[in-house]
Write a protein that binds this ligand. Structure first.
Ligand SMILES: Nc1ncnc2c1ncn2[C@@H]1O[C@H](COP(=O)(O)OP(=O)(O)O)[C@@H](O)[C@H]1O
Ligand SMILES: [Mg+2]
Length: 246
């Protein structure tokens, strides 16, 4: 199972992605969490240290991507990267992509080519659940990466801006070949808020996560939400996860 989590900034993507990863790992799955947001904070939802970001491996990337005469190799060697540049424990590992300058349309820089090759490689591992936490949209992934993801979960809070972004991400994702898009309504305090999100999205909801003080507390104390056993948000994330894995 390969899952991408996207949505507008601040809607709860990282909390959701990291908590799903911890639940799956606890249930005995092999989980690989990949942080592709330049702010690199997925580690806190997992209770892990950040590994060295891949985009910072300038020499290694150039060595493997740029051939003589300045030609790019589109299939650079990446198979040793997950073991060398990840943190975690048995069953739960974290890889951090880091910051890549996104040049204009059609620009290929070595870092982008390398990260795409790495994501393609990671998405091929059959026995692992891959959870990709993104900055916002996923259009930069490109078709040959996107097609390898089974599902995208678009997190959305009850606000017009979040809904607009979610619908735009849905359209772009279908264009690049992500197979199934499902919404997750987060920070919901009333039935009317849930209804607003449900009726405004152009695609189906996988579930709803309540607004929960425990999420804020977890953030302030730098502890994973997963450790807040009584949390209503944690309970909802578990339910959503089981629904989408079924
Ligand atoms: N269900 C929730 N209830 C209360 N606060 C939430 C909830 N989900 C997320 N938050 C808060 O919203 C902020 C953004 O969450 P985060 O997961 O970092 O979002 P994103 O990755 O989309 O930017 C954080 O301060 C987090 O504590
Ligand atoms: Mg985030």
């Amino acid at each position: 199972m390969k899952l991408v989590v996207s949505g507008k900034g601040g809607v709860g993507k990282t909390t959701f992605a990291g908590t799903m990863a911890m639940i799956l790992a606890e249930e005995g799955r092999k989980v690989l969490a990949v942080d592709s947001d330049p702010s690199m904070n997925l580690h806190s939802a997992l209770g892990l240290e950040n590994p060295q970001p891949i985009s910072g491996l300038k020499d290694l990337i150039r060595e493997r991507t740029v051939m003589e005469g300045g030609v790019f190799r589109l299939n650079p060697r990446v198979d040793d990267i997950p073991d060398r540049f990840s943190t975690g424990r048995d069953g739960l590992r974290l890889i951090v992509m880091g910051t890549v300058e996104r040049g204009g349309e059609g620009c290929i820089c070595p870092e982008t080519a390398f990260l795409k090759a790495l994501l393609r490689h990671l998405a091929l591992k059959k026995d692992e659940v891959l959870i990709l936490d993104t900055e916002a949209g996923v259009e930069h992934l490109g078709r040959n990466v996107a097609e390898r993801f089974d599902r995208m979960l678009v997190v959305c809070e009850p606000s017009e801006k979040a809904v607009e972004t979610a619908n735009r991400i849905n359209t772009l994702s279908q264009e690049i070949g992500i197979r199934e898009v499902l919404g997750v309504a987060n920070k919901i305090s009333t039935p009317a808020q849930e209804e607003f999100v449900r009726s405004s999205l152009d695609f189906e909801l996988a579930g709803t996560i309540p607004f929960d003080e425990a999420v804020i507390e977890a953030d302030m104390t730098k502890k994973p939400l997963f450790t807040y056993h009584g949390s209503a948000a944690l309970k909802s994330i578990r339910e959503i996860l089981h629904r989408i894995m079924a």
